[in-house]
Design a protein around this ligand. Structure first.
Ligand SMILES: *Cc1c(COP(=O)(O)O)cnc(C)c1O
Length: 394
């Protein structure tokens, strides 16, 4: 594979990693098998000693999963990838595999609720401490460093506030401190931002989101150097088993084939919806990474090659008004997934970010009137009409 041509993303998404069986199938083969047969006892021994290439057990590796991993690595421009059962399995494995009791993590405060709970609650039970900072404030990252700091973690754009963090600047501080940087790149997608090129050491995805993009299955992936994946991540996954099903890896491969087309159209739609709503009298605030009024529009231009399928919108009023609006939507459905072909909307304060203390939500701008809108593939005029008619219900 080393002499393979490097294709552009649209091409890599369809062809990279393909490894055909003796039947020459067009679509990737689905190897639904737990294990693999050895010709001889000696061969089994060699496989277990890692002296002979080949598969031995699907908790360790599986041919369908390998195609998914190689395609993701090619798309990301990473040396290697490890697929996982969910996005949270990817985040948890990426963090746990890098730390031990006594270590310290610095993370941006604006992040997905479960990510925060893993860092501040789960890891704390095993003696790993953490400091949360305002990720936009570069000096805050510097000030949080301790001698025992091992990992920096951030999301950009963050879920659900669409806050942006200067990945290169944070990577430089992490490296000066002898730490690594892990970036959860779910909101940007591998098409619109390349954290490894900006200095990150590890990138994680929930493949449940845009990569499936059609509401079918959960999945995750961790990317980095070959040494990092093989020596830090793979031994942890192989031992603890947050492994993806070959079936889900196969579904995600089908998702990857259309990822570029979907994400481009969804973000074009999102830009049109954001512009159509920005001046609406019932809306207090629109946050969209493609608009000139995004507070970090310059940084977005600098580190992203596209915008977003996601819109943050705050209705005038509080929870009652937000709920009236949600309940009046007819086309856009209330659901806490994102990146889907179907437009979906969620009220973070009472769902994805309910575990945050009210003061913390306030600091982040996750008010009672704030909604996270994931724009799908419907015609943008139908999306806008549905939102406008529901705003009238407030
Ligand atoms: C959804 C999400 C996750 C978790 O992914 P699952 O596949 O649901 O486990 C992690 N990070 C971000 C930013 C997410 O949006």
């Amino acid at each position: 594979m080393s002499c393979r041509k490097t294709y552009r993303p649209e091409t890599a998404l369809i062809h990279d990693g393909t490894s055909r069986s003796q039947f020459g199938e067009t679509s990737e083969a689905l190897y639904m098998t737990q294990g693999f047969i050895y010709e001889t006892a000696e061969q089994a021994e060699r496989r277990f000693l890692n002296e002979e290439p080949g598969y031995s057990y699907s908790r360790y590796a599986n041919p369908t999963v390998t195609i998914f991993e190689e395609r993701m690595a090619a798309l990301e421009g990473a040396e290697a990838a490890q697929a996982t059962a969910t996005g949270m399995a990817a985040v948890t494995a990426a963090l746990v595999a890098q730390v031990k009791a006594g270590d310290h993590i610095v993370a941006a405060r604006a992040m997905f609720g479960s990510n925060r709970n893993v860092i501040t609650d789960l890891l704390a039970r095993f003696g790993v401490t953490s400091t949360l900072v305002d990720g936009r404030d570069i000096n805050a990252w510097k000030a949080a460093v301790r001698p025992e700091t091992k990992v920096f973690f951030l999301e950009s754009p963050a879920n659900p506030t669409l806050e942006i963090i200067d990945i290169q600047a944070v990577a430089d501080i992490a490296h000066a401190a002898g730490a690594t940087l892990t970036v959860d790149n779910v909101f940007a997608t591998p098409l619109f931002q390349k954290p490894l090129k900006l200095g990150a050491d590890c990138v994680v995805y929930s493949a449940t989101k845009h990569i499936d993009g059609q509401g079918r299955c959960l999945g995750g992936v961790i990317l980095g150097t070959r040494t990092f994946i093989e020596e830090t991540i793979w031994p942890f996954v192989r031992l603890t088993g947050p492994t993806i099903s070959p079936f889900n890896a196969w579904v995600l491969l089908k998702g990857l084939e259309t990822l570029a087309v979907r994400v481009e159209r969804q973000s074009q739609n999102a830009a049109r919806v954001a512009d159509a709503l920005a001046a609406h009298p019932k809306i207090k605030r629109i946050v969209y990474p493609g608009r000139a009024d995004h507070p970090q529009a310059d940084l977005i231009r600098q580190q992203m090659s596209g915008h977003s399928t996601m819109i943050g919108l705050e209705v005038k009023g509080g929870r009652a008004e937000a709920f009236r609006f949600l309940n009046a939507l007819k086309l856009i459905r209330i659901s806490n997934n994102l990146g889907d072909a179907k437009s979906i909307i969620t009220h973070p304060a009472t769902t994805t970010h309910m575990s945050f203390k009210p003061e913390e939500r306030e600091v982040l701008g996750i008010s009672e009137g704030f909604l996270r809108l994931s724009i799908g593939l419907e015609h943008f005029e139908d999306q806008i009409e549905d939102i406008v008619q529901a705003l009238e219900a407030i």
